[in-house]
Design a protein around this ligand. Structure first.
Ligand code: ADP
Ligand code: MG
Length: 242
């Protein structure tokens, strides 16, 4: 995916102010930045959330311009977003939701086949299998919500996955499980592109990022490697943005 000089408005304000970023197939990118710098806005914009208006620049997948493509069509192109704050969908069972999402992308599957796949990944994620028959995120703990986002990633097999603070609120064990799940997803699809929005390095235990980007006030102000994460942790964002 190629992001060219992207300018984005949300709630009558310009939030992203010229973002350029190339996400090559199979690469891992980390996006860091202080609260309110625009990380989630970039994630929603790539996914095609209708509340975020692209007023400048473009988004391409290969040769195809997807700047104007609606959300469901972007999902069909293999773009996936794990939400920072996943919402409850009252009355919608996880089993039904996952089956519908899977079928939209990969064609028909029986309930038994779907359950078999789901249980395989739920075991990997150390999720209680009983959750499969619960409603989407209803009454879920923070950690369970994040794992359900990862379950969708593993089952739906996207080409480009954006993970918006997938590690926030996870305990140490869940963090290790999440890191393993990402490693597993990459092993299953070496062409998977990951954009990992995070404040911490622990989620990267099993993954070496190709690039680390620092966002400030709607712009990417630095790109580097792991040393940039160390610099953020040592000096804080303030120290690096001034
Ligand atoms: P981050 O994910 O980096 O913390 P966000 O993308 O969530 O940042 O937010 C970027 C900016 O957009 C912030 O200044 C935030 O206050 C603003 N913003 C987000 N949502 C709204 C909204 N609904 N109304 C007004 N401003 C918003
Ligand atoms: Mg955010």
């Amino acid at each position: 995916m190629q992001i060219n000089d992207l300018v984005v408005q949300h709630a009558q304000q310009t939030i992203l102010d010229g973002i350029t970023l190339e996400l090559k197939p199979g690469t891992v990118h980390v996006l860091m930045g202080s609260n309110g710098s625009g990380k989630s806005t970039l994630a929603y914009t790539i996914m095609g959330h209708p509340a975020y208006t692209i007023t400048g620049g473009s988004l391409f997948i290969g040769e195809e311009d997807i700047t104007q493509l609606p959300l469901h069509k972007r999902a069909g192109k293999g773009i996936f977003l794990a939400f920072q704050q996943p919402l409850e969908i009252p009355g919608v069972r996880i089993s039904s939701f996952l089956t519908a999402a899977y079928q939209a992308l990969h064609g028909s599957i029986t309930a038994a086949q779907m359950q078999e796949k789901a249980f395989f990944y739920m075991d990997l994620l150390e999720m209680d299998r009983a959750l499969y028959y619960r409603n989407m995120h209803e009454g879920f703990s923070g950690g369970q919500r994040k794992k359900l986002e990862l379950l969708q990633l593993l089952l739906l097999r996207p080409q480009i996955a954006i993970l918006d603070e997938i590690d926030s609120g996870l305990d140490v064990d869940a963090l290790a499980t999440a890191a393993r799940a990402l490693k597993h997803a990459r092993a299953e699809n070496p062409m998977l592109t990951l954009l990992i929005i995070t404040h911490y390095r622990h989620i990267l235990n099993d993954i070496m990022p190709d690039q680390v980007h620092l966002m400030h006030a709607g712009k990417l102000i630095r790109t580097g490697g792991m040393e940039l994460i160390a610099a953020v942790q040592e000096h804080g964002f303030q120290g690096l943005c001034s």
